[in-house]
Design a protein. Structure first.
Length: 198
């Protein structure tokens, strides 16, 4: 098996809900125990974990999922990680922190974050959730940036996201630094987004 994917619990939830893969296939891909995958499917374990789409995150291809669905003995192949050396940086504040887990999450400067597209969002079809590696939802990419970043993700541009700073006023403000390593894609607006946007 390849290296353990990021957010294995969330990935398992998504694969159980969205595919016809066997529990054995999911367990081997995510590195979880078979009993854990079965318990997730039975909703007796990790009920608070949000689904994490490994296809949108470029961890696996839908073609590979379809291949394994037709052959229970086949095993999923995790995509190779592209070596990432950031060329452009952009900092913004997480939107909606007070509505989700942003006020309670344990964070520090440099904590890795995940960008999860949410196309079914009724307010913004380009909405992108910001999650910690253990599945805690901090909030969203500000609306004025979501379309651009969503387009980059859809085009397979590898984006690195991490906590840049945390400040406190009458509510917590989490600054996120995003780095990308492809000079051929459109650059993001270089203005820093306000903590009070969205």
């Amino acid at each position: 098996m390849n290296s353990r994917p990021i957010m294995p619990l969330g990935t398992s939830v998504w694969l159980i809900e969205k595919t016809g893969l066997t529990f054995e296939q999911i367990a081997e891909f995510t590195g979880l125990g078979l009993w854990e995958v079965q318990a997730i499917a039975d909703e007796t374990y990790a009920k608070h974990i949000q689904p994490f789409d490994p296809v949108s995150a470029s961890q696996i291809s839908m073609v590979d999922i379809q291949r394994c669905q037709t052959d229970p003995n086949a095993r999923l192949r995790q995509r190779a990680v592209v070596a990432r050396q950031p060329l452009n940086n952009y900092t913004f504040s997480v939107a909606g922190v007070r509505y989700y887990d942003g006020d309670r999450a344990v964070l520090e400067k440099g904590s890795s974050l995940l960008l999860q597209p949410e196309p079914a969002n009724e307010h913004d079809e380009y909405a992108i959730e910001i999650l910690t590696e253990d599945g805690c939802k901090l909030g969203y990419v500000p609306r004025k940036l979501s379309r651009t970043i969503s387009r980059l993700l859809a085009n397979g541009v590898p984006l690195l996201a991490a906590v840049e700073s945390i400040t406190y006023g009458w509510r917590r403000c989490i600054e996120v630094l995003i780095s990308k390593n492809m000079a051929s894609v459109p650059t993001l607006n270089t203005n820093t987004s306000s903590c009070w946007d969205r």
